[in-house]
Design a protein. Structure first.
Length: 142
């Protein structure tokens, strides 16, 4: 199980960070702001192509927490949800939002995040995170 080193993309207004190891390509980012999040371009994130508020709003929809941000313009950073929400996705992972702290099996803290996608099929190669293996094994669950 691992969290990779985050990649950073900066404008004067906002720093976007991205962890490719926990992205499962749900594509909320690409659908939400294609001029900012374009996998066909290098770098694939261009934080200069939209206002920081718009970018932040789209990042809040990233279900895995692969995308996060730090505001550099004095705007509000992502609020930590005051309650925890757990949603089992049909044939897919468990989406969790809240004040989430991930601890490794050795007891060491791995990450703290407002959004994560956790493995539900039991076959992820990156547990406890979803890595899309549920698609390969045709995981079937309501
Ligand atoms: S919304 Fe998050 S999980 Fe989905 S493709 Fe974008 S970065 Fe990856």
């Amino acid at each position: 199980m691992s969290i990779s080193k985050r990649l950073h993309y900066k404008s004067d207004q906002i720093e976007v960070t991205y962890d490719p190891k926990i992205c499962i390509h749900a594509a909320e980012c690409v659908k939400g702001l294609p001029q900012v999040f374009n996998p066909n371009k290098k770098p694939w994130v261009d934080p200069n192509s939209a206002e920081a508020d718009e970018i932040a709003a789209v990042i809040h929809k990233c279900p895995t927490g692969a995308l996060r941000y730090n505001r550099l313009d004095g705007g509000a950073n992502e609020p930590v949800p005051s309650s925890t929400r757990i949603v089992a996705v049909k044939n897919g992972p468990i989406y969790v939002t809240g004040n989430i702290k991930i601890t490794g099996s050795d007891g060491n803290p791995l990450d703290a995040a407002p959004r994560v996608a956790l493995c539900r099929c039991g076959h992820s190669g990156n547990k406890p995170f979803c890595d899309n293996t549920h698609k390969e094994i045709n995981f079937d669950a309501e």
